[in-house]
Design a protein around this ligand. Structure first.
Ligand code: COA
Length: 171
């Protein structure tokens, strides 16, 4: 049985770099992943995206996390059975307890070498303590102009999500 470290007793809030939690995940698409059209089921890709995003958030926070928001997921082109799907996921923004992760998906045709960018989406996770309450996470240490640009864009997206949440509560 998996033993969790006593994270609540040892909150390490030392700032961490984007590179320290970035992950890549690759999976070969087989017949089990097919939809009725014979292409890969979009729901399978969304599950992989959430797993990749949650892994990044957990790696940064060193805590359990839950998914709180998923931005629009657009599939630009179909992914085919036999393709090698690659997901690259990294943090763009960290609040007090929340983290936005950018997840980029590409599909590689192993026979032709054609590599297509099928979609990019942003998922937001919240770190939780043993009681399921939001828990503080380490700040993000930005190192490059690109990371600062991503942060600024993520701040704007997060402000929009929270405004949406506010208006949904009022409705
Ligand atoms: C995530 C959860 C713990 C947050 O609880 P909450 O009472 O809304 O907590 P708070 O208002 O203190 O918000 C906590 C953080 O989440 C962020 N947040 C809350 N709602 C959000 C939303 N709709 N979009 C983006 N971020 C959001 C807040 O901005 C805050 O971030 P910060 O600490 O970095 O400023 C709670 O909503 C929950 O348990 N949701 C279910 C999650 C889940 O089960 N996911 C899997 C679904 S199968």
């Amino acid at each position: 049985m998996r033993r969790l470290p006593p994270v609540d007793a040892r909150p390490d809030l030392t700032p961490r770099r984007v590179a320290e939690s970035r992950i890549t995940l690759a999976q070969l698409m087989g017949p089990v992943q097919a939809n009725v059209n014979g292409n890969v089921h979009g729901g399978h890709i969304m599950k992989l995206m959430d797993e990749a995003g949650a892994s990044v958030a957990m790696r940064h926070a060193q805590r359990e996390v839950v998914t709180v928001a998923v931005d629009q997921v657009l599939f630009r082109e179909p992914i085919h059975i036999g393709d090698l799907v690659n997901l690259t996921a990294e943090l763009t923004y960290v609040g007090r307890t929340s983290m936005e992760v950018r997840i980029e998906v590409t599909a590689l045709n192993l026979l032709t070498g054609a590599n297509s960018h099928t979609n990019t989406a942003y998922f937001v996770y919240v770190a939780i303590d043993a009681a399921g309450r939001p828990a503080p996470v380490p700040p993000l240490q930005l190192e490059s102009d690109e990371e600062r640009r991503q942060w600024k864009a993520a701040q704007a997206r997060q402000a929009y999500r929270l405004a949406q949440r506010g208006s949904q509560r009022e409705a």
